[in-house]
Design a protein around this ligand. Structure first.
Ligand SMILES: Cc1ncc(C[n+]2csc(CCOP(=O)(O)OP(=O)(O)O)c2C)c(N)n1
Ligand code: SF4
Length: 617
């Protein structure tokens, strides 16, 4: 048995935030914590006195980012990085915008502040106004903004499958698509540098596969060598944020310079690159992000290694910045190809830009483009849900079939088809829907008296919408709870409805929904499910104080007609009792609800019981 000559290096769980110039084992979420530290280290090495600012709102696949940032506070502090969670996404975006404006007023302590916004797809949806204005105003020269958005293509943990690219495009924001955890770090750094250079906010796509996986990543701050374009002509007054600033000047700066500056930066820094080349180009494959890894897996499944790919005429182009698609490198990729297969998930981003760029090529040189559909308009790579390596392998095999095949590929395709057929065969499936944890307050709180229905909403109580013994009706986006009733009530014989509303959602935006209902004078009873946690995303506290006295006072201020508190321990709230505020034991839940449904106007039931899982934690 050999003996260990050298003592093992001391290891620590926080190595990922403290080690330099080496590798560290980290998840995608942890990479997002390390990323601003890296940026600060890079700035220090260049003699810039910068700070960082992070704000956003939780939601999968970024549900645990805030916890990770809180637990790394000591390390972030050392690098002048401040994390202030938003109470919702659009206010978080507005705060991040502020980080770019520090230098516009006297008293700035730093050369610049680099900002990071994070949020789930629907959080981006609700924040477009904030984003559009912030992006048009621009970033500071030593700041820059990275907007990390959680995309859930397969709708595994969302109320709608989400893809962020088209929103970023609508705001003229460049988008970066990392393929793995290392690229979260690398493209993150490129993102901030790009943002400083071109003056835009830069989107960074985060998906579960990247956020929840872990690798030993290289964390040397000097790993990325940024090259600024030398031949791009900037406007005389540059592209960065300024004040005063007129809207039409912003539009011109954005759409005549900033986007083109982003393309020039992408070209200079090889954000898009040919990763497999061939001397006899036939089929080109253009892909980005996770789909790039799926393409490699598909090659592997087909038994095509890099050498074989080159030998049979395949060229692969990996796009790190899917929008705006940089045309010079794309031209180089397309040159000489007979056909290009675009492999991207969901609605087209690259394919539309590619066909636009190729349109004016002479017909004889112009490669055919297939992707979502083939040349006959038949489905090739669906734009629904997610792509799998098997789907991509079949598409690749069908495209190379015209000029190359081998026994190996045929055998592999037969195998893949057999496997898919078996998977599609009818099987006895026992479906088990997710349900409340044992001891969950929503088990009781979502019950309603006979004859009534309750609107569903965002949070763990959403699960009541698929329970047969709960008459929970539909749902809205986070913060819209109960407002559909404003549009229904005038047109139905039904006189009243209940609406479930988590306390996290109330704090995020739901209070405005209550204000709308009060203003609409509808008969509705909000059931605020006060479980003391934003439970579905990991049991965080709301981002501020939401004590019972404060909640009651706030609701009274909103003008609700009556409030009833229901609790296991009602005595603790006796001091809040008044002719408009009742306090009852939860055994009386149905009686209290019966009273409220017969009270005209907007009323509130506050159901107080802690999230069982948070208590167990
Ligand atoms: C705009 C938006 N941001 C974030 C999310 C992610 N999200 C889903 S459930 C949830 C927590 C809701 O918490 P709460 O209202 O307290 O309900 P609970 O889970 O505690 O029952 C969040 C933040 C979302 N769906 N929409
Ligand atoms: S996490 Fe908490 S609120 Fe959500 S289902 Fe479990 S016990 Fe209920």
């Amino acid at each position: 048995m050999s003996t260990l000559k050298r003592p093992l290096r001391e290891v620590n769980l926080n190595d990922k935030y403290t080690l330099d110039q080496t590798e560290a084992y980290l998840t995608g979420i942890e990479a997002l914590v390390r990323l601003p530290i890296l940026q600060h280290q890079r700035d220090q090495q260049r003699g810039y006195n910068t700070a960082g600012f992070i704000s956003g709102y939780r939601g999968s696949p970024l549900g645990t980012l805030d916890e990770a940032l809180w637990s790394a506070e000591t390390y972030l502090d050392k690098h002048n990085i401040k994390f202030v969670p938003g109470i919702n996404e659009d206010l978080a975006a507005t705060a991040v915008r502020g980080s770019q404006e520090v230098g516009l007023q006297p008293g700035a302590k730093f050369d610049g502040v680099f900002g990071m916004w994070y949020g789930k797809g629907p959080g981006l949806d609700r924040s477009l106004d904030a984003f559009r204005h912030a992006n048009a105003a621009g970033t500071s020269k030593f700041g820059g903004v990275l907007a990390v958005v959680g995309d859930d293509h397969g709708c595994k943990s969302s109320t709608y499958p989400y893809q962020s690219e088209h929103l970023f495009m609508s705001m003229s924001m460049p988008i970066l698509a990392p393929a793995n955890v290392q690229e979260v770090l690398d493209l993150g750094i490129y993102g901030w540098e790009l943002s400083r250079y071109c003056g835009c906010w830069v989107g960074l796509k985060a998906i579960t596969e990247n956020m929840d996986s872990a690798i030993s990543a290289e964390i040397d701050p000097a790993r990325i060598d940024i090259k600024l374009p030398t031949d791009f002509e900037m406007p005389k007054d540059g592209v960065n944020v300024r004040w005063p600033d007129a809207p039409l000047a912003q539009e011109e700066r954005l759409n005549k310079y900033k986007i083109y500056a982003a393309r020039a930066f992408a070209l200079e820094n090889d954000l898009n690159k040919i990763v497999i080349d061939t001397k006899k180009p036939r089929l080109g494959i253009i892909t980005s992000g996770k789909s790039y890894l799926d393409v490699l897996q598909a090659f592997d499944d087909l038994g095509i290694d890099e050498k074989t790919a080159a030998a049979i005429g395949i060229r692969v182009y990996k796009v790190g910045m899917p929008w705006p698609l940089e045309p010079v490198k794309t031209h180089e990729f397309a040159l000489g190809l007979h056909e290009i297969l675009v492999v991207e998930e969901k609605r087209s981003v690259i394919e539309d830009q590619l066909t636009g760029q190729l349109y004016n090529w002479p017909i004889k040189d112009r490669p055919r483009v297939v992707g979502e559909y083939d040349e006959n308009g038949e489905d090739l790579l669906t734009n629904l849900s997610e792509l799998t390596p098997a789907m991509i392998a079949r598409a690749i095999a069908s495209r190379i079939d015209a000029f190359y095949t081998s026994e190996k590929i045929e055998a592999r395709i037969k195998f893949i088809n057999r496997k898919e057929r078996t998977l599609k065969k009818e099987r006895k499936v026992t479906e088990r829907k997710a349900s409340f944890c044992s001891g969950c307050p929503h088990n009781t709180s979502t019950e309603v008296p006979e004859g009534s229905i309750a609107g569903g909403g965002i949070g763990c109580h959403y699960m009541s919408t698929w329970m047969t013994n709960r008459p929970a009706h539909n749902f809205t986006h986070m913060g819209g709870e109960g407002v559909t009733w404003t549009g229904m009530a005038p047109f139905t014989e039904t006189n009243h409805m209940f609406q479930n509303l988590g306390d996290g959602t109330y704090f995020h935006s739901g209070v405005l929904a209550i204000r709308q209902s009060v203003s609409s004078k509808v008969n509705i009873t909000y059931k605020i499910l006060k479980n003391g946690a934003v439970a579905m995303t990991g049991g965080q506290q709301v981002d501020g104080e939401l004590s019972m006295p404060r909640l009651v006072a706030q609701l009274q201020g909103e003008g609700v007609k009556r409030i009833d508190i229901v609790s296991d321990n009602p005595k603790q709230f006796n001091s809040l009792k008044s002719h408009l505020v009742g306090v009852s034991h939860r055994d009386d839940l149905l009686v209290v609800q019966d009273k409220l449904r017969n009270t005209e106007g907007t009323t509130v039931l506050i159901y107080e019981q802690a999230c069982a899982t948070s208590r167990r934690r």
